[in-house]
Design a protein around this ligand. Structure first.
Ligand code: GDP
Length: 325
């Protein structure tokens, strides 16, 4: 990817897309193309095709998707499967039609079976049933992977698929109805401190284990793989470390300086018991995460506190609608 190449980042306002943009700008890339969802509805095949015809990007980071936490996935499965299939079908097919040099498709660790052995190797894909709380989203992402592989097989397209673990960091979604666990807890503990609430309620039993990766590390991994990885086989991106939700709640209580108590609402779903990726493949290529979780969370909290009104207003207006990340 040369400094003068034209690069389209789909989903540039989302968590991952905005981190990729920050990184490309820092590296000095001169032709970064973006479109907001108001300017270009990625679910519209004709509009997406016209966009590729006009812009002719050489590289594509496909970071546009409807994403959300456990409750959003459970409540809006139809939106998750329809929007994601439409977005990725349109972009991947247009990238082929308009001879894009290389495309990187972002998947998710929820594509793997609910009870996959841990840490999860890339080969475990399609070896068991999915976690029911997000199976609609997972099936869309699996279709995206298979589509990239099919275009590679039939047309020789250089379309690669990257599976990141749970991500967090600057630019996250803080809407409590559809956020993922870390931004949700940062906001809950922060507001409980301001309101002097005696308790904060954490969903589920606190026992599930999750792996977390700072989005700036994830962006570095995408950039690295765009230059260095050519295989149509999927590749995991993670930190290699996982923690219980209870441990994360305790860490966030400390980071936010909240003096009260944590309670667990067991009526809310736990989701999959554990989701830790095996990252041997990307480590062997020479990439590893560098941002420590506590430091990453502290800087994320700092950014959230400083931009509290932006994050809370922005996410309120996104309630139940499409979040392109
Ligand atoms: P998942 O990794 O797909 O299950 O998605 P989430 O990030 O939404 O949830 C991870 C785990 O954190 C689940 O076990 C949730 O029940 C738990 N959790 C605890 N409190 C919260 C919360 O306030 N919001 C969310 N989204 N999850 C929470």
């Amino acid at each position: 990817m040369k400094i003068t190449d034209k690069i389209y980042v789909a989903g540039h306002t989302g968590l991952v897309g905005s981190a990729i943009i920050r990184l490309l700008k820092k590296k000095g890339y001169l032709q970064i193309v973006t479109r907001s969802s108001e300017e270009l509805d990625l679910r519209d095949q004709k509009l997406v095709n016209e966009f590729f015809e006009t812009e002719q990007p050489q590289y594509v980071f496909l970071a546009a998707a409807k994403v959300g936490g456990i409750m959003a996935n459970q409540t809006y499965p139809a939106d998750f499967i329809y929007d994601n299939l439409a977005i990725q079908n349109n972009i991947i097919h247009s990238a082929y039609k308009h001879s894009v040099e290389k495309l990187l498709f972002l998947g998710s660790s929820c594509i793997y079976p609910k009870n996959a052995p841990q840490p999860i190797e890339e080969d475990y894909l399609m070896t068991g049933v999915l976690e029911p709380t997000n199976d609609a989203y997972a099936i869309a992402k699996i279709a995206g992977i298979k589509m990239c592989q099919a275009y590679h097989r039939q047309y020789g397209s250089r379309f690669i698929s990257v599976m990141p673990t749970n991500l967090y960091g600057q630019g996250d979604n803080y809407n409590l109805q559809n956020a993922h666990v870390l931004p949700a807890l940062l906001r809950k503990f922060h507001e409980a401190k301001l309101n002097k609430d005696a308790t904060v309620t954490v969903w589920g039993t606190g026992k599930p284990r999750r792996e977390f990766l700072h989005v700036d590390d994830a962006a570095m991994a995408c950039y690295f793989l765009m230059q260095r990885y050519e295989s149509p086989e999927i590749i995991n991106v993670g930190s290699g470390l996982d923690y219980t939700i209870k441990e994360m709640a305790t860490t966030i209580k400390k980071i936010t300086n909240y003096p009260g108590n944590i309670i667990f609402d067991e009526a809310k779903p736990d989701g999959t018991p554990r989701k830790l990726l095996n990252i041997d493949k990307i480590r062997a290529l020479g990439w590893k995460a560098v941002i420590d979780l506590e430091e990453g969370l502290a800087s994320t909290y700092n950014n959230f506190e400083k931009n509290y009104f932006y994050y809370t207003n922005q996410t309120e207006s996104r309630n139940g609608t499409i979040v392109y990340v």
